[in-house]
Design a protein around this ligand. Sequence first.
Ligand SMILES: Nc1nc2c(ncn2[C@@H]2O[C@H](COP(=O)(O)OP(=O)(O)O)[C@@H](O)[C@H]2O)c(=O)[nH]1
Ligand SMILES: [Mg+2]
Length: 463
Amino acid sequence: MFNNLTDKLQDALKKLRGQARISEQNIAGAMDDIRTALLEADVNSTIVEGFIADVKQDCLGEAVLRSVTPGQMAVKIVYDRLVALMGESEAPLNLGGSPSVIMMTGLHGSGKTTSSAKLAALLKKKGRKVMLVAADVYRPAAIDQLEILGKDIAVPVYADRGNPNVPAIAAGALDRARREAIDTVIIDTAGRLQIDVPMVQELVQVKQISGATEILLVADAALGQEAVSVADHFHKALNITGIILTKLDGDARGGAALSVRKVTGCPIKFVGTGEKIDEIETFFPDRMASRILGMGDIVSLVEKAAEEIDRQEAEKLQEKLKKNEFDFNDFLSQLRQMKKMGGIESILKMLPGGSSMLGSAKINMKEFASMEAIICSMTKPEREEPELIDFNRRKRIAKGSGTSIEQVAQLIKQFTGMRKMMKKTSLVSRLMSGNMNFSGNPAELRAKMNRGSNFTPPKKKRR
Ligand SMILES: Nc1nc2c(ncn2[C@@H]2O[C@H](COP(=O)(O)OP(=O)(O)O)[C@@H](O)[C@H]2O)c(=O)[nH]1
Ligand SMILES: [Mg+2]
């Protein structure tokens, strides 16, 4: 898969291997090569430019961990950016509704019918009771094709031969699903050579009648940017919920996989990797990035080094919390940790009872850059003792950081809120030190958090 792209990216990164330090100058050649590699792989050019700018900024900005070389660090940075480009984490199917209805849409030959059967087999394996619906009435052979595939995987196929009314077919299929206690209905719709109004109208009707919770667009990855623009059009017309990228086994160059998420805002949910029924995979951005980049050993080396640093920092922070010395310097490093971990909100949300803890400490990660600027504009004493920051100092800090006095005040308020939260939980430090093995029992979680309440604000020192 994407062999050419992999080779080119690896060659580009090899150029940085021997460097003792990463600088604007010695990074330039490698960045040019990465740019060329991505463009040749048919990645959208705007995305390529953004990607290069991000990687460059990270390479120049990131402190190199002691135990790895700058070249190794650069590999990890490119890897992280590839993951981010493809959506950070997997996007599971929304199987709400009873029955759950999944609509498969896309152009002719993109792989709708094949993917319908693949998905049916996958969900059946997970214990769901699945029914396929033949809603491509324009090509009689399409119904035959779905019936044959359904037989192969022992999944019932609902067809209503001779009935040209697609929404009525969908309604009939849902009736039967309810009668037969089917919990998952996959509708294989008709494609066109290109998007046109009658097709969209038909799909909208089917969507309404069926109450589909998933509208998946099936797109042929071999079409590169063409596939991306098809996805974009479908999304605008239908509000699709996800993408299945097919034919990644063929001569696809990677451009669609790397661009489609960013261009459409829709996640890739599955990829098709062959004609056979079991040749479908859940899409994991990190695994895909590993495949594209190779170099998994270097990535995990840097991850381990980073974990070690995180662990050391967490221990230091624990100490500070104990000694009531938590200040703006710690706040800044916490913010950076959180950003790395995908934001405190996403972490808290994963924990039982976590969302209720967000409260006043809610931090919008988009404001991170200005927060960072504000803290960087504080003097050492101010960072260590925020109580010193009076109106005049706020004014100076706002000016220095290119923000407003209100923003500075807001940040100080957030800092105070965070202190309070840390008093309650010291959750982040626990997350970072890997001590998070909550059982999932909310009462126990609360008890564990209450035990962490060893924080009182620092006493005022004279300066
Ligand atoms: N190599 C490969 N071929 C695929 C994949 N998915 C579908 N196909 C083939 O693409 C062709 C069109 O697929 P089909 O499901 O009929 O497309 P539809 O018109 O969208 O329903 C068929 O020959 C499939 O076997 C895939 O992931 N890899
Ligand atoms: Mg078909």
